[in-house]
Design a protein around this ligand. Structure first.
Ligand code: 5GP
Ligand code: ZN
Length: 110
């Protein structure tokens, strides 16, 4: 838990938010400013600033993030139509919240 980190506060339920999914390691929420009909954020509960801060021992966590993304895509009904997943890394990469999160975007009309 890092002070003044909004995603730490959301994960700790200090800021109310609707979790679409939760397990020991992750929460999934809707992006507050969606860039697609389906725009979810897969967020590890543990504070990691960005991809730059990943360590060897985070391999399993990162792999699990994609498994959660795959499950959420199916649950949201975009698995067959298709979707994008991605990380913004640091300011130049468009990162605004410096707590690691995986974007899942989909649901565009064909
Ligand atoms: P970034 O640009 O850091 O990769 O993405 C941060 C994302 O978090 C943005 O798409 C932004 O709309 C979203 N966001 C920022 N604050 C909140 C919040 O308080 N709640 C939710 N659900 N999303 C947020
Ligand atoms: Zn944090």
């Amino acid at each position: 838990m890092v002070n003044d980190c909004i995603f730490c506060k959301i994960a700790a339920r200090e800021i109310p938010s609707n979790f679409l999914y939760e397990d020991d390691d992750f929460i999934v929420i809707k992006d507050i400013n969606p860039h697609a009909p389906v725009h979810l954020l897969i967020i590890p509960k543990r504070h990691i600033r960005s991809i730059n801060d990943l360590q060897e021992q985070d391999k399993e966590l990162v792999g699990s993030m994609f498994i959660v993304a795959k499950k959420m895509a199916k649950e949201q009904g975009v698995n067959e139509s298709g979707y994008k997943v991605g990380f913004n890394v640091e300011k130049g990469g468009g990162q605004e919240i410096f707590h690691l999160h995986l974007h899942l975007l989909g649901g565009w009309k064909k």
